[in-house]
Write a protein that binds this ligand. Structure first.
Ligand SMILES: [Zn+2]
Length: 343
């Protein structure tokens, strides 16, 4: 019904039915058909639209082995996939809302993106008339957002035109992440409808959208983007607490416990290694903050804070003050580490 069997089969994992000797089954390559069937299983009123469904199921695509690469192109993955069912007149408003959402998400992470408007590909379903309508509507919606965009002729999905959001990583490679795809074909094929204000039956339009795209690829690009040096709110370990010697072990352990109790991902490094070795290792692990506890710091309930990448510079802060500052950076999703001062 969706047309994937005809246009997408080579990307699907097929399961051979041994009795008939034919390929009868496939692992799910995308969420769309399930959402369409779910929508079609009930009657809908115009009052419910736009109706938004989202699924993050595991998907499988039979990528050729030469195309596989790390986390960026895999055969099993998950997407932040949504399908929105709406009336023709709601397209511009919904696209505007999605563009704002994508802009917000990428902005928080400091990712720069380019919007690309992709039109009908050679291999496609649906009449030229439907494609004319879809391309016109999506382009008008895109232009109403005021966002600059590039044209990618022939690069649309086989069922409709789309806006892709490409992000460039730290070494200049471009990746397609977010997507907004307008689809007039699925509603026809799945015979989807809603009851309008006029009490008549109408066809909805479907928008397919993802913000992150595949989570696997998004995480890979995020790691590249930050070069592994995550902002404090994303870092797996946010603070390494390092006592200078055995004498401060207890005080350092208490501080690490306080940090954890305050919701901060802290680890105590009280190994029997030199101070320099442990600091170097925290630097290599790209831990944003190192809290060094010497005799003075143990006595005064303070910590000498070193910032990732700032060398030997350190600032002595009371423990409450340090916790307050880390909380503020996490709260505000601050991208830079450090507090803009220090000795
Ligand atoms: Zn879809």
């Amino acid at each position: 019904m969706s047309g994937h069997w005809g246009k997408y089969r080579e990307n699907m994992f097929l399961v051979l039915d041994a009795e008939s000797g034919e390929h009868d089954f496939s692992l799910k390559p995308m969420n769309c058909p399930s959402h369409h069937i779910y929508y079609g299983s009930k009657r809908h009123s115009y009052r419910e639209l736009p109706l938004r469904y989202s699924t993050q199921d595991v998907l499988h695509r039979n990528e050729v082995s030469g195309a596989l690469s790390g986390l960026t192109r895999v055969r099993q993955f998950q997407q932040d996939d949504a399908h929105v069912y709406l009336a023709q007149g709601q397209i511009a408003g919904e696209v505007k809302r999605m563009v704002a959402l994508i802009d917000h998400f990428y902005g928080v992470l400091g990712l720069k993106y380019t919007a690309k408007f992709a039109t009908r590909p050679e291999v496609r379903i649906g009449s030229d008339e439907l494609w004319d309508r879809a391309e016109e509507a999506l382009r008008a919606a895109l232009e109403s957002t005021g966002l600059a965009y590039e044209l990618k002729p022939g690069d649309g999905a086989f069922y409709g035109p789309k806006i892709d959001f490409d992000v460039t990583d730290s070494i200049g490679r471009s990746w397609q992440l977010g997507t907004i795809q307008l689809d007039y074909n699925a509603p026809e094929r799945f015979d989807l409808s809603f009851v309008g204000e006029d009490n008549e039956s109408h066809r909805p339009v479907v928008i397919h959208r993802a913000i992150f795209g595949s989570f696997e690829r998004f995480i890979a690009i995020l790691i590249e983007h930050f070069g592994g040096a995550f902002p404090v709110w994303l870092a797996p370990v946010q603070v390494a607490v390092i006592p200078i010697s055995d004498a401060q072990r207890e005080s350092a352990a208490a501080f690490a416990a306080d940090l954890v109790a305050a919701g901060i991902r802290a680890e105590l490094d009280d190994r029997n290694e030199t101070l320099n070795y442990r600091i170097r290792e925290a630097e290599t692990q790209k831990v944003p903050y190192m809290a060094v506890i010497g005799g003075r710091e143990a006595e005064s309930a303070s910590a000498a804070i070193r910032v990732r990448g700032a060398g030997k510079k350190q600032e002595v802060l009371s423990r409450e003050e340090f916790i307050r500052r880390v909380h503020a950076q996490v709260e505000d999703r601050v991208l830079e580490v450090g507090f803009g001062e220090g000795e």
